[in-house]
Design a protein around this ligand. Sequence first.
Ligand code: UD1
Length: 432
Amino acid sequence: MDKLKITGGRRLSGHIPIGGAKNAALPLITASLLTDQPLSLENVPRLADIRTLCRLLSGHGVEIGDTDANANGAKPRGVRSMTLHAAHIRDTTAPYDLVRKMRASVLVLGPLLARCGEALVSLPGGCAIGTRPVDLHIAGLRKMGAEIDLQGGYIEARAPRGLIGAEILFPMVSVGATENLMMAATLARGETVLTNAAREPEVTDLARCLVAMGADISGIGTDTMRIVGRDRLHGARHIIVPDRIEAGTYAMAAAMTDGDVELLGMRLDLIQSVAASLRAAGVEMTETSGGLRVRRTGDLLEGVDVMTEPFPGFPTDLQAQIMALMTTARGAAMITETIFENRFMHVPELARMGANITVHHSSALVRGVGALTGAPVMATDLRASVSLVLAGLVGKGTTTLNRIYHLDRGYERLEEKLATCGADIERVKGEE
Ligand code: UD1
């Protein structure tokens, strides 16, 4: 298995291109199941999670064209487009082997059920950051008239006469449930109202693409969306929104290393809450003609309290990274995780690098230490892994990060992007 070797202490300076958002690309790919015409997506990130989902969709019968995969096998670069054509859906089963690899696979449930009247989708099961049930997805589809049984680890869903519009009030904000039900509602009979819907930019991006495909959706970007079902949707071309989590991660890398980095293609409106926390910590983020420039204003970062919340609050997917940042800040920072119950797996690893962190229930008190030291570390999930990379960038000596397949799920060419800005980081190929 590959490892990353990082020697800390280099200031980052330069430009980092920000890719299309993984969490927007995944539901957008499943939206292709809603129409028999081709859906073209641009700015698709090159990530393991995208490949896993494409494998699942191929199994359903979707033809996938990758327009810049070049014939000579050289590593393709630049903007990547993908065309997904679900002319005929030949199989409505999403098998355990693929779904267990990635929870977002459950997003095929709404589209398959709406288009084909049936779907058999494996339950995603637990994952490193908590139990993460799919009860809200199932309850919403039942309200839309689906018959759903849970059998042998699978969600068996049927709506032989089609789905019907319904009023759905989410008891808690769920990105995935909002996306699944919004997609299902585009082909349902009548109007669906989603109340307390997620407002994440990735949800909005999906809604805009669905509208381009002919869906009737109002209230996009708010917590109440109305969807009037159509008989059919058509093809469209859509450019995926930039990845605010990738951008936030590199912003923190720049801040921690006292660097000066421009995040190309990024927009401030996508990360206002992150920018506010970073500003309070002594980091300036300014819009440029090419994106966002990030640099530290003072000699040291200041400890700032952070609480994760649904958008527009501080994203849980940047909690591990801001914790890494706070480990070397002046003073203390209280970091509270309100979205997932078990998302502090990075704490013991950061502690191995000299961080001073005390966890009490869903809060972590981080007392800034003068410096971290490099160490061999191991990560349990995507965002935890990258927080260790950030710590490695400022740790004295060398950090070796094991199990980097987690990173490859969500960060495209991470070591290359950081190295271009001056980081001392390399991938060490391991045996398979
Ligand atoms: C998405 C993101 C993930 C991010 C998360 C929260 C994708 C592919 N993944 O995950 O990176 O961390 O949003 O911003 O977009 N819940 C239930 N029942 C449900 C569904 C969710 O109890 O049926 C709970 C979850 O356990 C969690 C909370 O709701 O505590 C939020 O989860 P949700 O927003 O659904 O996360 P995902 O869509 O899985």
